[in-house]
Every structure is written in C-alpha cells, then in structure tokens.
Ligand binder design. Structure first.
Ligand SMILES: [Zn+2]
Length: 432
C-alpha cells in the first residue's frame, strides 16, 4: 500500500517518545506507485558470501554460525553462503549452517555449472543463486562463452535445481554493462523455465539510481518472477540504487553487514534499514529487530578487524549527536526538527553536544539538569559564556565542561551562603 498509510498513526513520528506526530502530509512518503516494492521487500543477506570476499575477512566455522544466528534473529529473509565448490571447508560450513534449523532460508551462490550445482544441492540448502557473466567484458576476458552457450547452460542447471525442489535464482554478472537485448531475452527464457528470481548485479559499482530504475523497470515488464538486486558501492550509490530498484519493482535486495564485500563492498544492511525505516516504518519495524543492528555490526567489525566508520548510518559514533547551538535548542524542543531517524528505534540515545564553542544555553541547561544542579536561566547563560570562552582557547571534553558547570554552581552556592551570612549578621546587629 503506497498512498497515505504512513502519514498518520503509522508514520515515522508516531507514538515514539520524543518524536511527536508530524502534522499534515508526510513529506517522506515514497512515490505512490503500483510497481513499487518499498513496503514489501526482502533481504538476501550476503555477509557470509559477498562479505567473505572482503579483503580482511576470514570467517571460521564458529564465527559463521554466530553471524548466521544473529542475522536470523534480526529477521533477514535469506542468508547467502559461499559456494561449496570454493573449498572443502566452505562445503562443510554450508552443511553445518543448513543444519541449524534457522527461520531464514539458506542459499548458496554458485557458478552456472552442473558440478557446482550438484555439490550445492547436496549440502541441504533451500536454494541456489546461479550466476554467470553476460557483459562483453566477461564474455571476452573471463569465461569466453557466447550467449547461446550461456542460455543452454542456464536452462540445464535451472532444470536440475528445480527437479530437486529447491529455489533457484538466475543472475547475470555486471548486468549494467551487458547488452540489453541479450539480457532481456536471456531473462525472459529463464523466467519461462520457472526460476524463482532473476538477478540484476552491478558488479563493478558503475550504475546510477536512474540507470537502475530504467533497467529494473524494463525488466519488470519482461519477466513475471521476482527480481533480486545486487549493488556495489564503488561510486557511493549502493543504498540509493537498492532503493531505486525497489521503486522500479525489484523484490529482493542483497546486503552485507557494514557493506563488506569485494573492493569497498555492497549495500550495507544497517544503511538500507536507515533508508527503509523512514520510507516504510510499519513494515521495517515489525519485520526486523532494529535494536540488534549495533550488536551485529560490532560482531562483524570485530571478526574482520575494522572500526565502524564515523559517518555510518545509525551506528556511526556521532549519528545522533547534535552540536550547533541552534540545532540543540530545536532538538531539545522537538527531536524531529533535526532528526529523521529516532535513535530509540535502534536502542540508541541522542546526545546533545554542549562542550564546544558552538554550544547554546539550552544545551547547557539540559546538562545542568542531568548533573542534578539547579540554576536560573540567567545563571545558565553566564556559565555557557564561560564554557564558550574556554572552548575558544582549546578543545574541551565533556569532563571539562562539567567541571566548569560544577565550579560555577559551587561559586553560586558560596555566594548565596556569603549573602545569607551577611544578611544574618545585619539581622543580628539590628537585633542587638
Ligand atoms: Zn558482489
């Protein structure tokens, strides 16, 4: 449903504390369109396949099982594993994960080759993601096969996988640099042969959102099966491309945790969730355990020895930190002024930065309250001036700002005592 279902009680600002309902129409509504699947997409999580191609990745069996279980609990629809043809251990890990009895369907990603398909079927997976390069680059420089050969090989493998009662996806590699007529006629053929999904893969990360929209929209008119999409992030478009693909009628998006994969990786799971929870809050919040994102990202970051980037959606260390005085004031009044995501949805908290020269007295007032101190607005303005003066001299930490506040408060109390003392003395004199 695309219309106005998210503008009222189900919008991103409903009912969650700190994010009051926005009045009027919701400006974050996607284009209402019958082919759009932004409210009903599925995730094929490929940390254990694409992610294994990340330069730093080495997942042992224990780690793979831990990651698979976490992704399953998070709620991904599919978990894609490295081809069992890659190595004997890869095959054994595939078997082990299939035996965990997860809710997510288990897929493995194999070349369009009968021997690989046989090996994969024997591991107990729910489905096979079959891939073959169709671009002229890959046909000339990689496998050297023509389209007639590719079509014949595809049909043979598809028929075999279907005869085993498993799901089958057929994908080209480097789809955006493949001949459009070749691509559409191949996909039309495999669609008629009964594949569950065809896959569009931007293997080199060259596509822009508009190109994605055009290709997926065209393909949507040619096949009746589901459409899976896979976007590399070489030019920074992986999340936007995935979103555009869904708008154009794609049904499935490939992700990996933190986006890890070949080169600089693919559409990140967390970043996609950030995008989709704004577009489709009811669907996303009811289907995926968003509060697990940080835990899962930390788990994978540790396994592959990287840090979460500072500008990562949701979990970047400053993703919910507000610094400028004007922002802080508005945020304290109503968080949705400068926040499209609600940190509470992810089990995180917002932080209003008050230890800088850009701070404003509203932020400092909140901090004074957090420290359990009481001051008048005039006094808060005075201590804010002290914090800004110090921050003009050098960068200050929270502790520095806190001590300025505390010592100012102490001075106020001493001043009060002194005044009270003086008043008492006067009183006594008068009495005497
Ligand atoms: Zn890839």
């Amino acid at each position: 449903m695309c219309g106005t279902d998210s503008s009222g009680s189900s919008g991103p600002y409903n009912g969650t504390s700190g994010h009051p309902v926005a009045r009027g129409s919701n400006p974050y509504q996607p284009v209402a369109d019958a082919i759009s699947n932004v409210h009903r997409f599925k995730i094929i999580e490929s940390t254990l396949r694409e992610g294994e191609q990340f330069a730093n990745a080495y997942f042992d069996t224990t780690n793979k099982i831990k990651i698979a279980k976490a992704l399953d609990e998070f709620g991904v629809d599919y978990i894609e594993l490295t081809s069992p043809a890659a190595s004997e251990q890869s095959r054994l890990d595939c078997v082990a994960i299939c035996q965990l009895g997860l809710k997510a369907k288990i897929l493995t990603h194999v070349r369009c080759d009968m021997r690989d398909a046989q090996l994969a079927v024997d591991t107990g997976v729910n489905g096979l993601d079959i891939v073959i390069g169709t671009s002229s680059f890959l046909r000339e420089h990689s496998h050297g096969k023509d389209m007639v050969y590719i079509t014949k090989a595809a049909l043979e493998v598809i028929e075999f996988v279907k005869s085993k009662g498993l799901e089958v996806r057929f994908s080209s590699e480097d789809s955006f640099r493949s001949d459009l007529v070749d691509l559409l006629s191949l996909y039309s053929t495999v669609d008629k042969a009964g594949v569950n999904r065809v896959g569009i893969a931007d293997t080199v990360g060259c596509a822009s959102p508009r190109q994605v929209y055009d290709l997926v929209r065209t393909l949507r008119g040619v096949v009746s099966c589901d459409i899976e999409t896979h976007f590399h992030d070489d030019t920074g478009c992986a999340i936007a491309n995935a979103y555009c693909a869904l708008e154009a009628g794609a049904t499935h998006v490939d992700t990996s945790v933190l986006g890890i994969g070949e080169r600089n990786g693919i559409t990140p799971l967390g970043g996609l969730m950030a995008r989709m929870v704004v577009t489709s809050p009811d669907y996303v919040k009811s289907k995926y355990k968003l509060r697990m994102i940080k835990e899962i990202e930390d788990m994978v970051a540790e396994a592959v020895q990287v840090n979460t980037p500072f500008n990562n959606p949701i979990t970047g260390f400053c993703a919910f930190t507000h610094k400028a005085g004007i922002h802080a004031k508005a945020i304290l009044n109503n968080p949705s002024t400068y926040e499209i995501l609600n940190p509470e949805d992810f089990g995180l908290t917002r932080y209003v930065h008050f230890a800088s020269r850009l701070t404003g007295w509203n932020a400092v007032k909140t901090r004074v309250g957090q420290l359990g101190l009481s001051m008048t607005d005039d006094q808060v303005k005075q201590v804010t001036a002290k914090i800004k003066a110090m921050a003009d001299v050098r960068p200050i930490a929270i502790d520095d700002a806190d001590s300025i506040i505390r010592s100012f408060h102490l001075t106020l109390q001493n001043g009060n005592h002194a005044q009270n003392g003086a008043a008492n003395a006067v009183h006594k004199e008068v009495a005497a």
